[in-house]
Design a binder for this molecule. Structure first.
Ligand code: B12
Ligand code: SF4
Length: 457
């Protein structure tokens, strides 16, 4: 086969909010010297109405078709798979001669299922830089490590051991990159004239939270970029695009702590002023580090607290204690960094007593912002295996934002099962019964919360 000449990388997004697709930008950087490369980021349909959806997608698809690629790469997560399929079918229809390959977290954690659903020309498991470069240069995928072929022995993708060897994200491959720089940016409570682009300063996490599948992509071994390399990326955003804020989307920015200290020292010496945020683990965060971060421009840290119950923290293998959580939030307040806390509801073994412990913790740690999520067992995570083994899943569709708005696992509350049975007896319809089940969970959750608060007042 000849090398591919024109490559379209297509981002799969279900949120209307645009964040730079750093994975595709990095892939583009690795192939742009071998092939003309353009990244497309179609907006999700704004309305559920079929006609409108088709109309909107036709426009996005026509833009890809106008570029006339001979290779199309689609990247997606489990939760965006349904949207990926819509785009895939459309692209197959309007560009029947183009080859289409799939990659990203979704295909990586469930390669066979994804292959069966899409029937793509090829599917890449794991980090895609080296695999995609080899595919583009050779014009095919035979023998390329990382390419998954059903029934054949899988050879894992080759990865960059030194992340500094990966070229910087190719913003120039996105004709409309400016739209990601639209105010107000991505740090809560702040307004930035030029948005808040995201940076990844390392890959891999040594921890083993049961709800996380990150290690399947990046392994448990931490690889950090050099401080100089990260500063180079920031300088390019600052000097080239006028950016004055960034958000580090690393799984865990403060692993190891010493890297963060070096980074803050170096950033503070830079001629520009940068405002930034990141995600941290509490067991590796303290007041001296917080102050150092604040001095170099950090104004917000996101912390996955998950629960105030030691039992629940243990059940999800968080490897953190309630005391460490309290100390870390105190350190944030002392350093004048706004801590954002996220919590999980519906963890295995969680009871109302555990929820009460979480509420108590929230009152003590006083997060500046807080978000609550139902625990979702993503394929690839240990929790997913547990959920399958115990029959906890009540919704296995993984379709869209809906997944975060309702519990998808059976929670230990028998009233919901009762609602399910009653509805089923009434309608003989599993779907309706399922709906009654989740509504009962939500109603009960709201009721208990309301009464809990009310009783105390
Ligand atoms: C930043 C981020 C977001 C951003 C958006 C990112 C974006 N613009 O793409 C936001 C905040 C919007 C987000 C939202 C969600 N996210 Co998120 N997110 C991340 C995070 C922290 C970093 C992603 C990233 O940029 N990584 C760095 C780049 C280099 O890696 P990458 O994108 O995976 O790309 C590499 C490979 O995947 C591959 N690749 C990717 N695409 C393609 C395409 C081709 C053709 C090929 C060959 C290869 C390839 O090559 C790339 C380079 O090595 C990851 C965790 C993580 N460590 O990755 C979670 C993660 C991807 N998110 C996750 C989840 C669950 C979500 C949500 C569903 C959360 C929710 N419940 O609402 C939503 C989905 C909403 C949506 N997409 O519309 C899960 C996915 C689990 C799963 N099984 O799918 C992850 C893994 C977190 C976790 N630890 O569990 N997320
Ligand atoms: S949730 Fe975060 S800390 Fe836990 S294993 Fe995943 S990446 Fe690591």
């Amino acid at each position: 086969m000849n090398a591919f000449q024109r490559v379209a990388l297509v981002n799969v997004r279900i949120e209307s909010r645009q964040r730079i697709p750093i994975g595709l930008l990095t892939l583009a950087a690795c192939i742009k010297d071998s092939a003309q490369t353009v990244i497309f980021d179609p907006d999700p349909p704004g309305s559920a109405k079929e006609t409108l959806r088709r109309g909107e997608d036709e426009q996005s698809l026509a833009e890809v078709a106008a570029f006339n690629p001979d290779l199309i790469g689609l990247g997606f997560m489990t939760q965006t798979r349904f949207r990926a399929k819509q785009l895939y079918d459309g692209l197959r229809r309007i560009l029947p001669r183009a080859k289409i390959i799939l990659g990203g977290v979704g295909p990586t954690v469930e390669p066979q299922k994804t292959f069966d659903l899409f029937k793509p020309d090829a599917l890449v498991v794991g980090e895609g830089e080296k695999a995609l470069a080899a595919i583009v240069q050779s014009g095919g995928w035979d023998g390329v490590p990382g390419v998954y072929i059903p029934g054949e022995r899988f050879q894992p993708a080759e990865v960059y051991q030194n992340l500094d060897d990966i070229p910087l994200p190719a913003y120039e491959c996105m004709p409309d990159f400016e739209r990601y720089l639209c105010p107000p940016g991505g740090i809560r409570g702040k307004w930035f004239r030029r948005g808040t682009p995201m940076i990844i300063s390392g890959r891999g996490c040594p921890y083993r939270c049961t709800f996380c599948s990150s290690c399947l992509m990046f392994s448990r071994r931490v690889r950090r970029r050099s401080v100089a390399g990260v500063l180079q990326e920031i300088r390019r955003l600052h000097d080239g695009y006028g950016v004055d804020s960034v958000y580090f989307f690393d799984d865990t920015f403060n692993v190891p702590k010493s890297w963060v200290a070096d980074f803050c020292e170096a950033l503070a010496q830079e001629p520009y002023r940068l405002t930034w945020g990141c995600q941290v683990r509490v067991n590796l965060f303290d007041a001296p580090l917080g102050k150092l971060m604040r001095r170099s421009g950090c104004v917000q840290v996101d912390i996955g607290v998950e629960s105030g119950s030691p039992k629940v923290l243990k059940a999800v293998h968080k490897d953190e204690t309630v005391e460490q959580i309290e100390e870390a939030f105190a350190a944030c307040h002392q350093a004048k960094i706004a801590p954002m806390a996220t919590f999980l509801v519906g963890c295995p073994e969680e009871t109302w007593e555990d929820v009460a412990l979480t509420k108590g913790l929230i009152r003590r740690i006083k997060p500046s912002f807080a978000e609550f999520f139902y625990l979702i067992p993503y394929p690839g995570s240990e929790l997913y295996q547990q959920a399958l083994e115990h029959g906890w899943l009540v919704d296995n569709s993984y379709e869209g934002r809906g997944m975060v708005d309702r519990p998808v696992m059976r929670i230990n509350f028998s009233f919901a099962i009762r609602a399910f049975v009653l509805e089923y007896l009434k309608t003989r319809n599993i779907r309706d019964a399922m709906q009654a089940f989740v509504h009962a969970l939500r109603r009960n959750y709201a009721r208990k919360h309301y009464h809990g608060e009310h009783d105390k007042g």
